[in-house]
Every structure is written in structure tokens, then in C-alpha cells.
Design a protein around this ligand. Structure first.
Ligand code: FES
Length: 583
């Protein structure tokens, strides 16, 4: 028999602060103690009877992309209070691209575990997750998907663009462009220092269609933000009003029991894949989508993604595939404008955090207006989807190329392999005047996959060898098992699976081998016989990386390959229920 509660107003129930009581063997005492502590922080009984809304605070001095966190939290709290909830902000890990070694991707799964467990451990009826920089949003979605409570995403928003000698600049496509000019001796040390001051003009996430912007758009396509939540820049009043609205919405989601499994459905993932292709999104988007879907028991069907690319043109004219920046996309109406163009291809019945469907939200957004950032469907900036999926004996588990940011001339190319065994080897030799390389060769970098580096760093954007860049060469075919930043561009084959560190065929490529890339035929092949490949693998058996202790051991023992999102195997859903999109 349940013991009768002796606490005034203290009915044991499964909501608010009565949820998830600490184990002392006496539930009434657990609640009594919890209330004593929260009252010690100045809260009254009336506050304690409201729905509790957690707010994940990822503010950190190491994360300028989240530099507006205090203002966002204030606005979210205001929204929660106005809607009758009790806001409770709490910290989790925060990861920034430039302040995480060896690479931010190494820590994404740790952040997702932190998020999942704190959502489980602490009493809350819904959660607002504030993220923005590349790995933070996927980590939060992965964690919330596994914790399965009402959850809503708030994006920190993009940074403003700057001006260098009257030329508009923004991180990070222009960072790479200016660095390439510096390497090619086209600008001097003084100018590269000057431009360094201008590239990041405010707090917020990178201002082009890099991974952060890609994930912001994907989150809205998944139905995980309030309408219009993807595009407002970090320092605008639009962003703060989105934050207030997000807080209020979270309260209603708590009351309605709108848990994340009702939103992250196969249809939602299909919409996200469609949007990824149409925005010229970062190749990292597909890795993160695979990881988030894996938490819901769904496998991303890469071949279906490739097929979708045939009918989904790139419509968004943003760098690196186009010319504009995120603030222009926001001025052009943001995701509502894109959804309007893509409407015939979207799953309109997918539910969103508003409790309405994506189709209803598109209707509610009203008619479009004249703008030049989102192209009309029949006048795209690139006729096919941004990402193509490649197969062949070099990548039996698949590889990808961002065709919209590649060089048309090099997409059908056969060349001699110039091989680098790992990142250190690359650093040692890439700029050597003695490097035997021509513009027709194919650069191959091994051991930058999930286990190889470890953490699959964004080193797939292999620099053009100094002797070629000084001769004016701007692009060369590059192949690796790593990733590249969404802000990068070039004819670059990435995510070669299985990776070289676990004995994938990439491990056995030698200098002078011939490689064929045919984006038209979706092919990446090493032009040697099967017998020769087997012979090489026997001659040089691969010893997989390992560690004795700590997070590195957990990582190396359990990380999956790119096609499964580089998630830890034990964090994926216990039972996989199918592929997405559905056939
Ligand atoms: Fe944070 Fe680019 S470094 S979004």
C-alpha cells in the first residue's frame, strides 16, 4: 500500500519537483528534503506547484558562438514565467570548434551523454536546449531523443558579418579563402592580421552555411524549433523574441505531454534530409542526422538520400555554395521561404513542437515576398542536391562528396594517388618543395576516421600543396576517411567507410596507385585487382587503435563508423526499427 503523504500539499505525483525523487528509501522524506533546499534558494510553495521547465545553459568563456547565452536564458525564463511554468537553468558540457582538442567531434557523444543523463536525473516536465556551435545541437538532440521527454531546441543564432577593406567577410568560408591567399603569397602578413580582426564580427555561430547553420535549418525541418527559429542572428531582438516564445512553448509541451518521440519520426528525418540537400548543407549534417536517427531506432538510408538529391536542387544562395550569409537568409524570410519552395517534396503531416504539423506552419507563415536568397524551385543555384553518395572498392560502406561546392571539371577524374599516412605525415610533407605532386594527382589522407585520429576531425579539407597553390592551383581531388567543415569547398571525397584505422581498403592505397572518381556514376575506385587488395591487407595487417582507460578507451571501444553517425554503439536505440526515409 502506498504510504499516505504527510507533507502539506505534498501529493506524490510524477510532475514538477515531485518527479524523479532522490533515493533515500522514503519518498515523503525525499520530497521534504528537496523542497527544503529549493526553499533555501528563496522559492515559495506557489512556485513549486508549477510545471518545471529545465533550460540547458551551454554558456562558456570557451564558446563565443554561445556568447549571447545570458540574454537568451533571461528571455526563455520570461517566456516560461509568462506561461505559468517554473524555469530551472542548469549547465552541461559546451563545445566550441576552435577550443576543443583533438577535435570537437571527439567530445560530441560525451556531451550527448551529459545531456541525456541530466535530463533523466533532474526533475523537469520539459526542457529548452540552447545550443548553436556545430556539435552542441546534435549532442543535445541525441541526448533528448534518448531521454524522451518534451524537448524544444533554441538556437543561439549566427554572428554578424564584418568588413575587410570594404569587402564583406564572415567566418569561416572567408577565413579559409584568405588563408589560402596568404599561403599562395597573394596577401602579406599585415593583411592576414587585419582580416583576422574582421572575420568574426560578433558573438554567434558561423555566418555561412557551415555545420552550425546547417543544423539550425535541420532542427527547424525536424520540427524541433518554434517556426522561424533557425535564422535570426544571435544579437537581434528577433532572436530574443524566439527565445521568449520557446520558453512559453515548452510550458505548453509539458502540459500536453508532447514528448520528442512524437516529433522525431521517420517523416521528420525525411524532411531534414530534403532540407540538407536544398540548402547546400554541410556534409557533417548527414553524420549528425544518422546519430540522432539512430537514437530513435532509425537508420539513415544513404542510397535514398542520393536518390532524393536527383529531385532536390540547391535553392539557398549562401556561402560556400553561393554568395550570401545567414543574416541575408533571415531577411529573406528564413526557413518559411525555403519550405514554401520545397513544399511539394515535404512530408507535410510531420508534427512540430507547436503541436501543429509542418504543413500547417507553412500555411500560417503566409505568402512569400520578393527576395534573392532563396531561389525559386525552377531556378536553382545548383540543379541537384548538394551531397552525392559514392561507392566502390575504396569505400564499400560508402563515401560522400559535396558536389555543389566541388569543381565540375574534377568530378570525373582519374589520377595518381599521393598518399599521406596520417595528419602528422601530412603536416611534415605537404609543403615540401620535394613533394612529388601535380594538379592531376589525387591526395589521399589516411587515419583521420572515427577511430583513427581519433574523433574524425575536419582534416579532410587537405590543403593544396604549397608548390601547387603558388602556381595558382585552387583545387585538386582529395580523398580521406575524415570530415570537413561545412564552410569549406573543393572536390573532396569524405567519410570513406570503413575507415583505414580498422583496415578499410583506404589503408592499403599506395603512392602511385590510380584512383577513379566519377560523381556521375557515384564511383570512388582504387584501380587495383581484388587479389592485389587482399594480398596487401595480408602483408600489412592493421592493428586497431586502443587505450587503457578513461573516455578515450570508451570512445575507441564503442564508436561506430560514419554511416551510423559516429555514435557509441551502446547509445543507439536498443532495437532498430527500420530505415528512413521509408520505402
Ligand atoms: Fe561555432 Fe563555427 S565555430 S559555429
Amino acid at each position: 500500500m502506498t504510504k499516505k503523504s504527510k507533507i502539506p500539499n505534498g501529493k506524490i505525483s510524477e510532475a514538477g519537483f515531485r518527479k524523479g525523487l532522490t533515493s533515500y528509501g522514503d519518498k515523503d522524506f525525499s520530497l521534504f528534503l528537496r523542497k527544503a533546499f529549493i526553499k533555501g534558494a528563496g522559492y515559495t510553495n506557489s512556485a513549486l506547484d508549477r510545471p518545471v521547465i529545465g533550460i540547458i545553459n551551454t554558456g562558456s568563456a570557451y564558446n563565443p558562438c554561445h556568447g549571447n547565452m545570458p540574454q537568451l536564458i533571461e528571455a526563455v525564463k520570461r517566456g516560461i514565467l509568462l506561461a505559468g511554468g517554473l524555469p530551472m537553468d542548469f549547465p552541461t558540457i559546451s563545445i566550441h570548434e576552435s577550443f576543443a582538442a583533438p577535435t570537437s567531434m571527439y567530445l560530441r557523444n560525451l556531451m550527448s551523454m551529459d545531456t541525456e543523463e541530466m535530463l533523466r536525473a533532474q526533475p523537469m516536465d520539459a526542457v529548452v536546449m540552447i545550443g548553436g556551435c556545430d556539435k552542441t545541437v546534435p549532442a543535445q538532440l541525441m541526448g533528448a531523443a534518448s531521454a524522451n521527454l518534451p524537448a524544444i531546441q533554441l538556437i543561439t543564432g549566427s554572428m554578424l558579418t564584418g568588413s575587410h577593406r570594404s569587402e564583406r567577410v564572415g567566418a569561416c568560408t572567408d577565413c579559409r579563402r584568405y588563408w589560402a591567399k596568404f599561403r599562395a603569397d597573394e596577401i602579406d602578413e599585415q593583411e592576414i592580421d587585419e582580416v583576422n580582426d574582421k572575420l568574426v564580427a560578433s558573438v554567434g555561430t558561423c555566418s555561412v552555411m557551415g555545420t552550425a547553420s546547417t543544423m539550425a535549418c535541420i532542427v527547424e525541418a525536424l520540427g524541433m524549433t518554434v517556426p522561424g527559429g533557425a535564422s535570426p542572428p544571435a544579437v537581434t531582438s528577433d532572436r530574443m523574441r524566439i527565445a521568449e516564445e520557446t520558453g512559453a512553448r515548452a510550458v505548453q509541451m509539458a502540459k500536453d505531454g508532447l514528448t520528442i518521440d512524437k516529433i522525431l519520426t521517420s517523416d521528420a528525418f525525411e524532411n531534414a534530409m530534403r532540407v540538407l540537400l536544398a540548402i547546400g548543407g554541410s556534409t557533417n549534417g548527414i553524420v549528425h542526422l544518422a546519430a540522432i536517427a539512430g537514437r530513435m531506432g532509425l537508420e539513415i538510408d544513404l542510397n535514398a538520400l542520393d536518390q532524393m538529391g536527383n529531385e532536390t536542387p540547391v535553392l539557398l544562395d549562401l556561402k560556400p555554395s553561393g554568395d550570401h550569409y545567414m543574416e541575408n537568409f533571415h531577411d529573406a524570410g528564413g526557413m518559411a521561404t525555403l519550405f514554401r519552395e520545397l513544399k511539394p517534396l515535404l512530408k507535410l503531416n510531420a508534427l512540430t513542437v507547436t503541436g501543429r504539423t509542418l504543413g500547417e506552419e507553412i500555411e500560417a507563415a503566409g505568402p512569400g515576398f520578393k527576395q534573392d536568397v532563396v531561389r525559386e524551385f525552377n531556378n536553382p543555384i545548383y540543379p541537384r542536391g548538394s551531397i552525392a553518395v559514392l561507392h566502390g572498392n575504396l569505400a564499400p560502406g560508402g563515401a560522400i562528396i559535396k558536389q555543389s561546392a566541388a569543381n565540375e571539371r574534377l568530378m570525373e577524374h582519374e589520377g595518381r594517388a599521393v598518399v599521406f599516412e596520417n595528419s602528422e605525415d601530412l603536416i611534415q610533407r605537404i609543403d615540401s618543395p620535394d613533394l612529388d605532386v601535380t594538379a592531376d594527382d589525387i591526395l589521399v589522407l589516411k587515419n583521420i576516421g572515427p577511430k583513427g585520429a581519433p574523433g574524425m576531425p575536419e582534416a579532410g579539407y587537405i590543403p593544396i600543396p604549397m608548390k601547387l597553390s603558388r602556381a595558382g592551383i585552387k583545387d585538386i581531388v582529395r580523398v580521406s576517411d575524415g570530415r570537413m567543415s561545412g564552410t569549406a569547398f573543393g572536390t573532396i571525397v569524405l567519410h570513406v567507410t570503413p575507415e583505414s584505422a580498422i583496415g578499410g581498403p583506404l589503408a592499403h592505397v599506395r603512392n602511385g596507385d590510380r584512383i577513379r572518381l566519377s560523381v556521375k556514376n557515384r564511383e570512388i575506385s582504387l584501380l587495383i585487382s581484388d587479389e592485389e587488395l587482399i594480398k596487401r591487407s595480408k602483408e600489412h595487417p592493421i592493428k586497431e587503435p586502443s587505450a587503457d582507460r578513461g573516455y578515450l578507451k570508451l570512445f575507441l571501444d564503442t564508436v561506430t563508423q560514419a554511416d551510423q553517425g559516429v555514435d557509441f554503439d551502446f547509445l543507439r536505440a536498443a532495437k532498430m526499427i527500420g530505415k528512413t526515409p521509408k520505402k
